[in-house]
Design a protein around this ligand. Structure first.
Ligand code: NAD
Length: 287
């Protein structure tokens, strides 16, 4: 049976450290790190994510600013809110919860955020920094996945990692971080031929697809480490249940280590958001 990589426990440790570091920051600079969260529309999953992010921020001593906007808000209004937050010295991190309603230009909004306040790490300049190995703000979910891998396996040099999914927010930055950690990286996606064969060669499998239980035991080399990023709501006998992209029950029997859903990558994402907010606050100080 695989070792369960406990995201709740690991993230609690990170949050404890962030809380200590936030206190030190406050003492040194006499200011409180601030995180602004912008939520557009009524998407239930986004509402839960935003609520959790705000709650965690408060717990670690970060001040939060919430902006809830109607789904039909204009691009101009959203632009002006981001502009205000960019100029507000009490706000060190800005997060616009994605996805945005279809009438709004997501790329434009993300690139309107001051890169130093871009705690999601989605701004083009932060994406370029990650791709070229320069310092910047790194997306929270892939960063969380990396922490889980390094805590479980130690040095990742030479390991073959297969990343399933090529999104800008998970798959691509995950691949960049794995490359930086000296892994051999294969990216597979919806157009890839024979994904199962490619996955079976992997020491590490990262699933970031959004397809319930896509990855089964036949895809996994015995002893491999499996990071399940997927969060999918399914209905089991009429009850709503969250599952990952990995068929946990069968894969657990083959893998060496595996993250559960829920309680895996999800809590790590929020912990890394708090780390990024503090990092952003530091970046904005004069020395
Ligand atoms: P996305 O829809 O932007 O991208 C999905 C990717 O999967 C695409 O690149 C696509 O090519 C690939 N894909 C689709 N079908 C495939 C198939 N059959 N085989 C192989 N690849 C396939 O999704 P995303 O934003 O990257 O999110 C992926 C999943 O991760 C979702 O379930 C999302 O909810 C979850 N997620 C979790 C966290 C977290 O904190 N745990 C954060 C972000 C996203």
């Amino acid at each position: 049976m695989a070792q369960i990589i406990d995201g709740k426990k690991m993230s609690a440790k990170i949050l404890e450290q962030v809380s200590v570091d936030v206190d030190e920051f406050k003492e040194r600079y006499g200011i409180t790190p601030g995180l602004a969260v912008v939520l557009v529309g009524e998407d239930p999953a986004s509402q839960v994510y935003v609520r959790n992010k705000v709650r965690r921020a408060t717990e670690v001593g970060i001040r939060s600013f919430e902006h809830r906007l109607a789904a039909n808000v204009s691009q101009e209004k959203l632009d002006s809110i981001v502009d205000e937050l960019n100029r507000n010295p009490e706000v060190h991190g800005i997060l616009v919860q994605l996805p945005l309603p279809a009438n709004l230009d997501e790329d434009k909004i993300v690139d309107a955020i001051d890169p130093k306040k871009d705690v999601d790490g989605f701004h083009s300049l932060n994406v370029a920094a990650l791709a070229t190995g320069k310092p910047g703000l790194v997306p929270c979910t892939p960063q969380g996945g990396m922490t889980m891998l390094q805590e479980t396996l130690g040095d990742l040099t030479g390991k073959h990692a297969v990343v399933i999914g090529r999104s800008n927010i998970v798959g691509k930055p995950m691949a960049a971080l794995l490359l930086q950690a000296n892994c051999t990286v294969t990216m597979v996606h919806s157009r890839t031929r024979d994904i199962a064969m490619l996955c079976r060669q992997a020491d590490i499998v990262i699933a970031a697809v959004g397809s319930p239980k896509l990855v089964t035991a036949e895809w996994i080399k015995p002893g491999a480490t499996v990071i399940d990023v997927g969060i999918n709501a399914i209905s089991v006998e009429g009850a709503r249940k969250l599952v990952g992209d990995v068929d946990f029950a069968t894969v657990e029997a083959v893998a060496g280590a595996i993250t559960p859903v829920p309680g895996g990558v999800g809590p790590m994402t929020i912990a890394n958001l708090m780390q990024n907010t503090l990092k952003a606050a530091r970046l904005q100080q004069p020395d």
